[in-house]
Design a binder for this molecule. Sequence first.
Ligand code: SF4
Length: 456
Amino acid sequence: MRLAIQQLTEEPGCDHNQKKTAEQKKEACKKPTPGATAGGCAFDGAQIVLLPVADVAHIIHGPITCCGQSYNNRGTRTTAGNLHQYGMTTDMSELDIVFGGEKKLKASVRHVAAKFKPKAIFIYSTCVTAMTGEDIHTVAKEMTEELGMQVIPVDSPGFSGSKNLGNKFAGNALFEHVIGTKEPESIPMFPINLIGEYNIAGELYQVQPLFDELGITLFSKMTGNAAYEELCHAHRSKLSVVICSRALISIARQLDEKYGIPYFEGSFYGMGETKRTLMSIAEQMGSDLLKRKVEELTARKEKETYERLAPYLPKMKGKKVLVYTGGVKSWSVLKQLEEMGMEVIKSSTRKSTEEDIARILNYFEGNEDGLMPKGDGKTLLKYMKEYDADLFLAGGRNMYNAMKGQVPFVDVNQERHFAFAGYEGSVVLAQKICATLESPVFQLVKKPAPWEVSFG
Ligand code: SF4
């Protein structure tokens, strides 16, 4: 396990690692530090990646509280099943900790297999079961033989690091136990893997029609709206498109190394990025026909989208936005806002990779004042006030900072209820921004309270 953690934190696929010397590469990208699990532990991160696979059962081997950590906390949508909505856990008690919980885990696997008849079962280790030395690998092997169904161990003790490390644990489990275990009946002309897209609030549904129109097949989606079977077929795709580089670049790299499938990083936030991503796919496929189709489709969609945005653009023009998000969104959302005529004051870098930071810097034309490495409430309120922000774009946990700053707020993180991807997503984002900017409550809260007027 220790070796696995070290390997996962030395991801050679990251751009910044490719530039390192052999000696520097021995150092982990980001070593786990005390408090790293405060924004979600490694177990939570593993579930973020795997829970969207809804035709398999997810059994958490640990206390029931671990289940609450990740259960239903992201609005992932799927048409593949509903097992992701069940919180399945062995609910380890003190007695199980003393006498061992492997029997209980086996009983749980048998029960779930008989009751739900899933396509496979993922079993997750947590802090408690990792510390007491529960051997989920042996249990998974025995259960696979007994049930004739794939039972997959996911090493994911929360104490080992952050959510991001947990994403990598999940990627490791997929690569070791799922990808390449079955062969597809047929392979379409342009099959791709879409990696790191979790269909939050239905974002995949906003971009799927673009792929359908172009004749590109999302052969294996990791893992938004994914069925178990398609994950097994990922090794037969021609290309991998990585949506969030920090999380699952390890899978893309391993697919490249083992099966020769090239990969690149793309994004569907904003019209420009959507076009760039689709065009890169066409280029990598080496098809002039596909390139022409992308040109035509994106030109038509941009025209339609600007027509739909017309009522909103004047309301957003020149408005100042403070952005606090992470990963791919920390730079691609900036471009999306720019397309709508808004001005970004600062963007957070706390959860960004070096490549993400380089892209944010590029947006600010090299001016480091645009970077916001810290994101505590005091800092955010300071910037809201100092720059007289018109809008705050962040995750739901920051809503209260927006309230304190009396600044309109839009939730762009994983708990959001609205999807902002592709052309359709730009219109939805504009609608949400205008709705919050125009909310009468912000005029009201900025006025003096009645008692302040009456009594001076
Ligand atoms: S795995 Fe560990 S850190 Fe994560 S929820 Fe469970 S006990 Fe907490």
